[in-house]
Write a protein that binds this ligand. Structure first.
Ligand code: PMV
Length: 318
């Protein structure tokens, strides 16, 4: 049987969330231990989606009471089929997505599911999408999820190297060596749409003050790019800590995130900050070396973290 495959993964934002929505730069890393694989086949029984969130005929969803995750996977399938055009409508398509990125944790679950579905259906038709085409198709799904997404997730979940993202464009970042990173989940859903909207209201009320904070984050991100390339990880950790303090001032942190950030630093981390939209979700932590991560992960789990993942190692769950 003819099949098409597509892979994607979770992402973590190392520096620059929120200000990236206003055209400032951000740095994101792929989380290689949280990958997805989609397999597309032709189907005799109508379009069908089997994802970690829902299994069923596509015709039966779109009724208004499906979960957001279902709606997004369905939108991804519809969008790539209509992009391919008549060639895709000869036969119905069934797509199975394996792997699970916890949704609403700032890890890019929606963009990753959309990206894997889109790649698998393109691959089934013998098409290889350019990164711009892939980006546009994932963004069309992300707009359903997030309203006005910066586009960072659409690139970062489909590119398996760290990226520098600015004003809708991404370029790979060449780190001298990989920093020792882990991501820990508070277990509480984040609220990206609400957080982005709160930051917007704050900026409307105090434009000068909030723009100064965005400028500071941009400055930290520029320095972070240089630190990464030079392998100066102590410096990078300090930049992450400063970025977290600004995100806290912007009002997108909360007690569970603060608890995990403090725990990571007490356990010897050289940098820790919330990652993604905030108001729940995850933190990203930088250790001195890969060897120190296990001890930090153990402390985080002791302090209530739901899950902890190694960012750079495919088999890296703690
Ligand atoms: O999808 P999340 O939670 O990783 O948030 C994305 C980061 C934001 O900068 C807050 C929003 C965006 O569109 O870039």
């Amino acid at each position: 049987m003819k099949t098409g495959v597509g892979a994607s993964h979770a992402k973590t934002i190392l520096l620059g969330e929120h200000s990236v929505v206003y055209g400032k730069p951000a740095i994101a890393f792929p989380i290689l231990s949280l990958g997805l694989k989609a397999t597309a086949t032709q189907s005799d029984n109508g379009n069908y989606l089997d994802t970690p969130f829902h299994s069923g005929p596509v015709a039966e969803i779109g009724t208004g009471d499906e979960s957001l995750e279902q709606l997004l996977a369905e939108t991804a399938l519809r969008n790539i089929m209509s992009w391919i055009g008549p060639a895709s409508s000869d036969r119905a398509i069934s797509v199975k997505v394996e792997g699970l990125i916890p949704p609403a944790r700032g890890l890019g679950s929606s963009a990753a599911v959309a990206g894997a579905v889109i790649k698998s259906v393109a691959n089934l038709h013998g098409l290889s999408l350019t990164s711009e085409e892939q980006f546009e198709l994932v963004q069309s799904v992300e707009r359903v999820a997030h309203g006005t997404p910066s586009g960072l997730d659409a690139y970062a979940t489909s590119t398996d190297v760290p990226i520098w993202f600015e004003k809708g464009r991404a370029k790979p970042l060449r780190a001298k060596k990989n920093p020792a990173l882990l991501v820990a989940d508070t277990g509480i859903p984040g609220h990206t749409v609400e957080a982005v909207s709160n930051v917007r209201s704050k900026r409307n009320a105090n434009t000068k003050e909030v723009d100064e904070l965005f400028d500071k984050i941009a400055d930290l991100t520029v320095q972070g790019g240089s630190s990464l390339e030079a392998g100066e990880f102590r410096q990078l950790g300090s930049l992450m800590n400063q970025n977290h303090a600004i995100l806290r001032d912007l009002g997108v942190s909360n007690d569970p995130l603060e608890n995990l950030v403090a725990t990571a630093l007490e356990a010897g981390a050289i940098g820790a900050k919330l990652t993604g939209g905030g108001l729940g979700g995850c933190i990203v932590v930088l250790g001195e070396s890969e060897d120190t991560l296990t001890e930090i992960a153990t402390s985080l789990i002791g302090a209530g973290a739901n899950k902890v993942w190694n960012v750079n190692q495919a088999e890296g769950n703690f």
